[in-house]
Design a binder for this molecule. Structure first.
Ligand code: ADP
Length: 664
């Protein structure tokens, strides 16, 4: 076994690998960019080496710097994690040439799966079932269209070099084919520098079921069962679970064996994932193989009781697989929810910011939190906005799901927008508990998932108001305590008035909405009134714990104040709010000004000053956090002025284009 390994990654996966290394008595070396100088993975590792500026292309993607760091520290092997260099055959080769073990498959196995179409040809030859489609070399539009016409619509166009859902287009009708192909090619060219396409039959209600495989250098290969990753947004996984609900043992074994066949066909070694689409009639089709550890590997660990990173290290060190197929069993059920800094209501736009308050649920035999950040850390534009992976396990799916709901409620984050509420709403849809899953789930249940935020929960609002009132009392108490007359009524913060009930008015900002509330002090409580109703509230503050009684209902909730305002966390959800009197809300009129939704880089300017544009036309494309955002014309009109050029960096909120709507 190795004595020292280097982890060529950051965030939760680097921390995850370090944890296993430590348990096995292996020294760990972290690498870090300038932005990550104080990151958790750096403090967790035994040693850490700087590898350059924040942008990944100048640090985490620099193979030579990483190999030099391994040589400098005497690391015998490199674990690539996922993303970055994990599926880069040239990097695996460079490691070997430098005499360092790459903890992953042989370079030729990575290369074999690098192109979706080449991989499909290989799998076809190995007898692994494929989605009907065209994956040939001839990229002539007429040839592609002929393939689509022959298999019948809808079809899916996919970039052969694709990943992350980019360069994919569903074509529902022959008439749309040309336009969809052009768009998919453009996206593929700009994302992967390669616009080759394959055409597949588009399955209308598939599940995404993938098999975890493992091979060693002694001709052993096993599958560690499946994960169902059907819950997706933008073709990206949101919630994963294992085992796949309702999968029959026969189909499970067939899929497992097909995956092992696929791995053997390319001389695989180490951890890999073979992704399949499972159709409603139980037929399954190979989609692609990921030649690395997956983000969602923990659900497999939870149901098999195995540590897959340990398996990777053992295999890379030349040992045989720890277990044979007949020694592997499924025990219980596990879910993983990906906690992201993103705005689900704005088409999952990545968010940035400081994690002003971060309190994950308590870890136990049932709850695991894989994270790479601590309270006070920031989510920057440079990397993936993942905050953590929340993994839960229990004896069966129903109980595990109840635990997941509870753990999401206990995941308390303030300071940046997150998807926690979205995840909670998503798993609360009855069809999810009934395991009625397919990749269109989120779209189909939109109304239940993206619940209207037009009305707030009156109890949460009453708690928020009570908190603000108690803070005022405390602040007034502090002033009174230092005055010559501590009992003077002028120090009271209860809205005291001569011969009248004490009444205060508060304005609460909840998101972009303002809510006016009146609070009248009466005896030991307040009467809180707003358009949401009336509540009698009393209580006390003890640090971040608010002990409250609302109409006699007693509860203790967590509440915290930070730069962005205040955040309240209860069993029924979170409420982020501001005291409008205190908040300097900048309500400057911005009509006609198109602003950057976040920090990023302008990657394309599609119009010139003076150009006319129709509503919805793309004016400019911004790239932030590895995703593209199109800035579109809000109406028919004229581009009056452009403030940035291609390649410019822009700050979130910056005005990009001055646009004059027609008819003004
Ligand atoms: P990427 O590598 O870009 O993530 P994949 O090939 O893994 O792309 O596909 C991503 C997702 O797109 C799948 O999980 C599935 O939801 C959907 N998908 C892919 N191929 C098909 C298909 N032929 N029919 C229906 N959905 C598909």
């Amino acid at each position: 076994m190795f004595e020292k390994i280097l982890i060529a990654n950051r965030g939760e996966i680097a921390c995850r690998v370090i944890r296993t290394a430590r348990r096995l008595g292996i020294h760990s070396v972290a690498v870090y960019s300038e932005a990550d100088r104080h990151a958790l993975h750096v403090t967790m590792a035994d040693e850490a080496v700087p590898i350059g500026p924040a942008p990944a292309r100048d640090s985490y993607l620099c193979a030579d710097k990483i190999i030099a760091a391994a040589q400098r520290t005497g690391a015998q092997a490199i674990h690539p994690g996922y993303g970055f260099l994990s599926e880069n055959a040239a990097f695996a080769t460079a490691c070997a040439e430098a005499g360092i073990t790459f903890i992953g498959p042989p370079p030729q196995a990575i290369a074999a799966m690098g192109s979706k179409s080449a991989a499909k040809r290989l799998m076809e030859a190995a007898g692994v079932p494929l989605v009907p489609g065209y994956h040939g070399e001839d990229q002539d539009e007429a040839r592609l269209k002929q393939a689509a016409d022959a298999m019948g619509y809808p079809v899916l166009l996919k970039a052969t070099a694709g990943g992350g859902g980019k360069g994919m287009r569903v074509v529902t009708d022959a008439a749309e084919f040309g336009e969809a192909l052009a768009a998919a090619r453009r996206e593929a060219q700009s994302s992967f520098g390669n616009d080759a396409m394959l055409v597949e039959k588009y399955l209308t209600r598939p599940r995404h079921v993938e098999i975890q495989v493992f091979c060693d250098g002694h001709d052993n290969a096993v599958y560690l069962f499946e994960r169902d990753c059907s819950l997706q947004r933008r073709h990206q996984k949101v919630i994963e679970e294992a085992p796949a609900p309702g999968l029959s043992p026969v189909v499970r074994a067939q899929m497992g064996e097909a995956a092992v066949t696929a791995a053997r066909a390319i001389g695989y070694r180490g951890a890999g994932t073979v992704e399949f689409l499972l159709d409603t009639d139980d037929s399954f089709y190979f989609m692609e193989m990921n030649t690395r550890l997956q983000v969602e590997h923990p659900v497999t660990e939870m149901i098999t009781g195995q540590d897959l990173v340990e398996w990777q290290l053992r295999v890379a060190a030349g040992e045989p697989l720890p277990l044979a197929q007949d020694q592997l069993e499924i025990h219980g059920h596990a879910f993983e929810a990906r906690i992201y800094a993103e705005d689900a209501d704005q088409d999952f736009l990545p968010a940035t910011g400081t994690l002003a308050f971060l309190q994950p649920p308590e870890e136990s035999a049932h709850v695991r939190v894989d994270t790479g950040v601590l309270q006070g850390d920031s989510i920057s534009v440079h990397y993936d906005p993942m905050i953590a992976k929340l993994i839960v396990w229990d004896e069966d799916r129903d109980r595990a799901l109840t635990r997941l709901a509870r753990a999401l409620r206990d995941y308390r984050i303030a300071g940046t927008t997150t998807n926690v509420e979205f995840l909670y709403n998503l798993i609360s849809v009855p069809a999810f508990r009934a395991a009625d899953l397919d990749t269109g789930f989120i779209e189909r249940h939109r109304e239940q998932i993206f619940r209207s935020r037009d009305s707030e929960d009156p109890a949460l609002v009453a708690l928020a108001v009570l908190y603000l009132l108690l803070r005022r009392e405390l602040a007034a108490g502090d002033i009174a305590a230092t005055s010559l007359d501590p009992w003077s009524p002028w120090h009271s913060a209860r809205g005291w008035r001569c011969n009248e009930p004490g009444r205060q008015e508060l304005r609460l900002m909840i998101g972009a909405r303002e809510l006016c509330v009146a609070a009248t002090a009466a005896g030991d409580h307040y009467l809180i009134e707003s358009e949401l109703g009336q509540t009698q509230a009393s209580g006390g503050l003890d640090g971040e714990c608010l002990h409250a009684s609302l109409d006699g209902h007693r509860q203790a909730v967590t509440v915290t104040s930070h730069d962005g305002g205040h955040s309240l966390f209860t069993r029924d959800g979170a409420l982020h709010f501001q005291d409008a009197a205190a908040a300097a809300v900048d309500e400057e009129e911005t009509e006609g000004a198109l602003t950057a939704p976040m920090n990023g880089t302008v990657i394309a300017v599609r119009v010139a000053p003076g150009a006319t544009a129709a509503k919805g036309d793309v004016l400019l494309v911004l790239e932030a956090m590895k995703m593209e955002h199109s800035i579109r014309a809000p109406a028919d009109g004229v581009v009056a002025e452009l403030f940035y050029a291609e390649g410019d960096l822009v700050d979130g909120g910056a005005e990009l284009v001055r646009f004059e709507p027609a008819g003004d």
